[in-house]
Design a protein around this ligand. Structure first.
Ligand code: HEM
Length: 410
């Protein structure tokens, strides 16, 4: 449909989420058909419905009976049908009741006590990284991504999982392959036909799965207070454990790697609001919610219609792809007053950055803790910061990634 703005092309996201296009869709065509042409060597797809209003996004996410995570999995691009049975072993790509059973089992590893015990370690790490960056700044400029937030997210996750220090680099390499596949800085691995190989296919993941089994065996011998120890001692089958390890390394790393610099970027652009945070006029945890609303790390998730239905007046046929856009829902004027204003004290703040419904983020508590602690320490270590140059963004319609954030620290 020529008169409907495009919100699919990942290249457009290099300049930030397309807010003007989202707004036009919300106002004129809240459930809008999007073409899916070949982009960056990835084959064309059949197209999908883009859902941009908050109420409709929440409805899609809550109604798993109509909008399935299993039928075509959860990425915009269709998986190779041969890979589908494999991809469906991941909890993210399951529907109730299977999903419920698996989620209940793995949730036990995420005890609030375990997450809270983590706070002191995260704080020490935040302080060390921020101080190191400040003291090593060349001409007073730090790249917050390279110097602080990439390591912070990865090291926190590997500690929680129980990955030994020597193996952390491996994890980073694996998650980058999966997430950055649309980005020209990350050349895809190509198959014999010259086409990029799907980074979520069994072939690409074999190495990571072997590692997950080795680590679980190690944890059975040497139990510790970490997630892999809990999983290794649970009723999870081997294949479920491998898949959950994969899900955690991707879901728990790139999201925080996006949220942390995204929040600092917002604060650097809003010195007055940052001043309010410095003066403790706003609690840091309230501010973190607003930073997550303004910079949602996840840009889209896909469902597939399980039967014919109607969404916001639009007929959707069984088998159609339905994609929700979190950054659009978070800026819906129907829910948020003055949505493009950074209001650190905003309350209530029903953003959907962690999703909603049965798949709502399992790591939200852990993510919030990491972000709160990082901002608290940054207010102490880097009291004055300003943007030294524009940030560089990831080319992706899935993760709202920031690849570099040069800040002047004075
Ligand atoms: C700011 C950081 C984070 C954001 C914005 C975020 C966002 C999300 C979203 C939107 C979903 C829903 C997916 C869907 O609708 O299909 C989700 C699911 C999930 N997240 Fe997060 N996430 C974050 C951090 C984390 C962390 C740190 C972990 C783990 C250590 C984690 C683990 C998971 C898991 C396991 C799921 C799947 C839940 C299920 O399928 O039932 N996330 N996350």
């Amino acid at each position: 449909m020529a008169d409907v703005p495009d919100v699919f092309d990942p290249r457009a996201y290099a300049a930030g989420p397309p807010y003007a296009a989202y707004r036009e869709l919300r106002d004129r065509r809240p459930v809008a058909w999007q073409a899916e042409p070949e982009v960056l060597g990835w084959p064309a797809g059949p197209g999908f419905w883009a859902v941009t209003r908050h109420a409709d996004v929440v409805r899609v996410l809550k109604d798993a009976g109509t909008f399935s995570s299993t039928l075509g999995a959860t990425q915009i691009r269709d998986p190779d049908p041969a890979d589908l049975p494999f991809i469906r072993r991941m909890m993210l790509n399951q529907d109730p009741p299977e999903h419920r059973t698996l989620r209940r089992l793995v949730s036990r590893a995420f005890t609030p006590g375990r997450i809270e015990r983590f706070e002191a370690l995260a704080r020490e790490r935040a302080r060390a990284l921020l101080t190191g960056a400040r003291d090593g700044a060349e001409d007073g400029v730090v790249d917050l991504v390279a110097d602080v937030t990439d390591d912070y997210a990865l090291l926190n996750l590997t500690d929680l999982l129980g990955v030994p220090p020597g193996d952390r680099g491996l994890l980073l390499e694996w998650t980058e392959r999966v997430i950055a596949y649309q980005d020209p800085d990350e050349p895809p691995v190509r198959g014999p036909d010259g086409r990029p190989v799907n980074p979520r296919s069994p072939a690409m993941l074999a190495e990571m799965f072997g590692y997950a089994q080795e680590l679980a065996a190690h944890k059975r011998e040497h139990p510790a207070d970490d997630i892999m120890t809990s999983l290794a001692h649970s009723r999870l089958a081997d294949a479920e454990l491998e898949m959950f390890f994969f899900l955690l390394t991707v879901a728990g790393n790139d999201t925080v790697r996006s949220a942390a610099p995204g929040g600092f970027l917002e604060l650097a652009r809003h010195p007055r609001e940052r001043g309010m945070l410095m003066d403790r006029q706003v609690p840091v945890d309230t501010a973190v919610e607003e930073l997550l609303r303004r910079h949602p790390p996840v840009l889209s998730f896909r469902r597939t219609a399980a039967h014919d239905t109607v969404l916001a007046g639009q007929a959707v046929a069984r088998g159609d792809k339905v994609v929700v856009f979190h950054a659009s829902a978070n800026h819906d004027e129907r829910v948020f007053g003055d949505p493009h204003r950074l209001d650190l004290a905003r309350s209530p703040n029903p953003h959907v950055s962690f999703g909603d419904g049965p798949h709502v983020c399992l790591g939200a508590h852990f993510a919030r803790l990491q972000l709160r602690v990082l901002h608290e320490e940054a207010l102490r270590v880097l009291p004055r910061t300003e943007l030294a140059a524009p940030p560089r963004r990831l080319v992706s319609n899935f993760i709202n990634g920031i690849k570099s954030l040069p800040l002047k620290v004075t």
